[in-house]
Design a protein around this ligand. Structure first.
Ligand code: SF4
Length: 335
């Protein structure tokens, strides 16, 4: 199946398993499934929020999109290229077009390099400046764009605050004018006012450059402000997706209702003694709306009339708004 022409990035059926210790020489493989059959797409110039609690698989998905981690199964298409099949020079050529902003900017910046060198490194690697002077000039312009001063070029990462370091990380990520930024909890370690400045910076990059952004966060207020569409993850599975205002204002999945704080009846932790049987709804042990069928059959994808929303829940089958989906979730929603 070819990728959707309107999308910049498509993730199809992503699965990621991690091996667990304890396998004997001939014993069965023990593994943890961190991500299970997740599909989504990002249009050009769109911001897609990826939300869910800690351990829901958000970061693992971001790392697979960036090809920092290979999926166990599934594919990632970027501008028509099957990223999961690219290697060596072909992958390096595409890599300048998708960049990542990390949660902990300090850990991602080489403490022995001056920040001007750090930001200029991608320009050097991809041969995007004709001379050291031109490179420095371009880095100075990048610093201005992210709210730093050209006087900061020769300082070291340790001389910056958390917000300053995150700006350096963003300057490095946008140095090659990527088409897609993957931002993994980029304000989680920052205080409120600095975090707000960084969020405004993302909004401005999206608006002025039409840069697509995969924004990974557990903070719904930020996702509500920034993203056009949202995918809600629970235990490595996408349980609901659609336009952000609709999903967060009128959530269809019981877990999304829990996340937005509209349904206090949902327990925060799984109930004692209950576990999720493999293949059934992952939210079963916490769901206040569970139906008898939920204990027998895995829920399928349902889409709304316009096709822009997708929910994986038996409850949806009982409501006229929703009909069974005939194609991939989220991907269908962007056509
Ligand atoms: Fe609850 Fe059943 Fe929907 Fe799962 S499928 S969220 S258990 S109603």
């Amino acid at each position: 199946m070819l990728p959707e022409p309107s999308s910049l990035l498509e993730a199809r059926g992503l699965v990621r398993e991690f091996d667990l210790p304890g396998r004997g020489l001939f014993g069965p493989r023990k593994f943890l499934t961190a991500v299970s059959d997740v599909s989504f797409a990002i249009r050009r110039g769109e911001i897609l929020g990826l939300v869910g609690e800690s351990g829901s698989g958000k970061t693992t998905i971001g790392r697979m999109v960036m090809r920092l981690l290979d999926p166990t199964r599934g594919q990632v298409f970027f501008d028509g290229f099957d990223l999961t099949a690219l290697k060596g020079r072909q992958l390096r050529q595409q890599r300048r077009r998708f960049q990542m902003v990390f949660q902990d900017p300090y850990a991602s910046l080489n403490p022995r390099m001056r920040v001007g060198e750090i930001v200029g490194e991608p320009l050097l690697i991809h041969d995007l400046a004709h001379s050291p002077a031109e490179r420095r000039e371009r880095v100075a312009r990048l610093f201005e764009r992210v709210g730093l001063s050209s006087h900061d070029l020769d300082r070291y990462p340790r001389e910056f605050s958390g917000g300053g370091r995150q700006r350096v990380g963003i300057a490095r990520a946008i140095a090659c004018s990527p088409d897609l930024l993957v931002a993994d909890e980029p304000i989680a370690s920052l205080d409120l006012s600095i975090g707000a400045q960084i969020i405004n910076l993302f909004a401005s990059l999206n608006e002025t450059e039409r840069m697509s952004i995969l924004f990974i966060s557990h903070d719904l207020s930020v996702v509500r402000y920034l993203s056009d569409r949202v995918v809600v993850l629970y235990r490595g599975r996408a349980v609901e997706s659609g336009p952000t205002p609709e999903v967060l204002t009128n959530p269809a999945h019981p877990y999304t209702r829990l996340l937005v704080g509209r349904d206090q009846a949902v327990p925060v932790e799984p109930r004692n003694g209950e576990s999720v049987s493999s293949g059934l709804c992952p939210f079963l042990s916490r769901c206040p709306d569970a139906l008898p069928v939920c204990r027998e059959v895995a829920p399928e994808h349902f889409v709304n009339d316009g096709g822009g929303r997708d929910v994986v829940c038996h409850l949806a089958a009982r409501q006229v708004l929703w009909t069974p989906s005939s194609s991939s979730p989220s991907i269908q929603g962007i056509v």
